[in-house]
Design a protein around this ligand. Structure first.
Ligand code: PRP
Length: 213
């Protein structure tokens, strides 16, 4: 039988995903403290490949992985031709518009927005019919208003600690984010049984969690 290959976003999402998969039938015991990027479970015929979050949709779209697990933030920022089949309910956070506490938007002045997510920011302000200048940064976005290179930021907020400790506050919440299961369009047809075994596995875990609450 063919392996089902799952591309998983490295970091927090991968740590949670492997824990969830290991709960019952899957065995990826060599995951901890390893720099390996490929993990195989011979019994369940599942192969995990660890890739950067931004690359998960690419691996899935081009068929190097049958399915992928990645945050909705990444999916909103990339235009990938994949199916989004399940909200996994973990890796929860949100997109928000934020500024320094004392920031005042002067009427008629075009806002400069710093963000790691230019597409999300552009879509958000387009929906409001508000022309803005978008400044793409690669991290530590909260620093931009402090350093005076932007008026506001569009960024991910999880606990809110980074905003708070840098004197920023949320102006508006844009949307909620969580980990999503995506599928390659061909794999979805030819490996649907195996894909739905995984989907059901995650669904059962979500229901178990609900009972515990
Ligand atoms: C993310 C995000 C915020 C922070 C939010 O950054 O861009 O900066 O986490 O988390 P919090 O609300 O729990 O404080 P990340 O850790 O990915 O680092 P980066 O700023 O270098 O991108």
């Amino acid at each position: 039988m063919d392996y089902l290959t799952i591309a998983v976003a490295k970091g927090r999402i991968a740590n949670i995903t492997i824990k969830k998969l290991e709960k019952n039938v899957f065995n990826f015991s060599d995951f901890k403290n390893s720099r390996k990027l490929i993990f195989e479970d011979d019994n369940s015929k599942i192969k995990i490949i660890l890739v950067k979050a931004d690359d998960v949709p690419i691996y899935v779209e081009y068929g190097a992985a049958d399915i992928g697990i990645v945050g909705k933030d990444t999916l909103l920022e990339t235009d990938s031709d994949v199916y989004e089949i399940l909200d996994l309910g973990y890796g929860k956070c949100k997109f928000a518009l934020a500024s320094l506490k004392d920031f005042e938007h002067k009427k008629g002045k075009k806002l400069r927005v710093a963000t790691k997510y230019p597409k999300v920011a552009k879509d958000y302000f387009n929906n409001k019919n508000e022309p803005v200048e978008i400044l793409k940064l690669n991290g530590s976005v909260e620093l931009a208003p402090i350093a005076g290179i932007s008026d506001v930021i569009v960024d991910i907020v999880e606990t809110g600690t980074t905003l708070k400790e840098n004197g920023l506050e949320i102006i508006e919440e844009i949307c909620s984010i969580s980990a999503r299961l995506i599928a390659n369009k061909v794999s979805y047809k030819i490996k649907s049984d195996k894909i739905y075994e995984i989907v059901d596995y995650f669904r059962r875990q979500m229901n178990e969690n609900d009972i515990c609450k």
